[in-house]
Ligand binder design. Sequence first.
Ligand code: SAM
Length: 279
Amino acid sequence: MLVATPIGNLGDVSHRAVEVLGAVDLVLCEDTRVTRRLMAAYGLETPLASYHDHNAARVRPRILERLAAGGCIALVSDAGTPAISDPGFRLVRACRDAGIAVSIVPGPTALVAALAISGLPTDSFYFGGFPPPRRVARRTRLASLAGLQATLVFHESARRLQSLLADAELELPGRQAVVARELTKVYEEVREGSIAELLAHYRDAGPPRGEVVVLFGPPAPIGTGDAEIDELLRSALRDGTLRDAVRSVVEATGAARARVYRRAIELQETSSQTGGSTG
Ligand code: SAM
């Protein structure tokens, strides 16, 4: 049984997760100290055993034997949903291959929480896990995703955030980006802007503390050139404020906010010089 656990706020554990963690024979976890804190918070005393990247291949056969003999075992990770950038996939695969049923108690997962509050389009998204740590491989990966008409979502360490943004600025120029940090925790923060704006911020401020999910908006749909953006802006500016006009055109086109904002300012300036109408 896969059991999702909180990504920061212990209150986010589900009722069923607590029930299951209390009822199984054994809880497999990455770091027993982390999971023990969660178990203690809910008064649970089920035995824990380590299952992580370094011992998985060695202990998996014993786990399968125990499950095949009728044992009831839960798998959790340090945070969020097991098997998502965390150990679990190979164990699930091995269970399925052995005809052992696998079930899940779903719950928090950082990528979905970040996507949901990013304000970026959610109808189509691509989750890229952790980008390659090395520059050339990372740029190649970003370049290969540049044509996807989808929001791109990545796990990243705070330490490598600047490098990721710098490479994204080269491979996904002009896109809107969001850094969702410390979700559900005391210092939760969602910072948005063009990739260049966020890069400038973190160059000044230094790497943030804690955990981050990084998102890049989809490319502007084909046909959303300056002329189309100007036309939409002229019409929106006739009825509303600059701020509302920019927001509605960003939503309608998926174009980077900084680009739309620049065009809106230019249109307003031209309009005031020519004495009135924006079009
Ligand atoms: N299995 C986890 C899940 O379902 O969310 C993901 C584990 S992965 C090893 C850890 C990464 O998840 C971090 O580097 C960060 O990108 C993201 N993450 C986890 N908790 C987070 C949080 N509270 N706020 C922002 N990002 C978080």
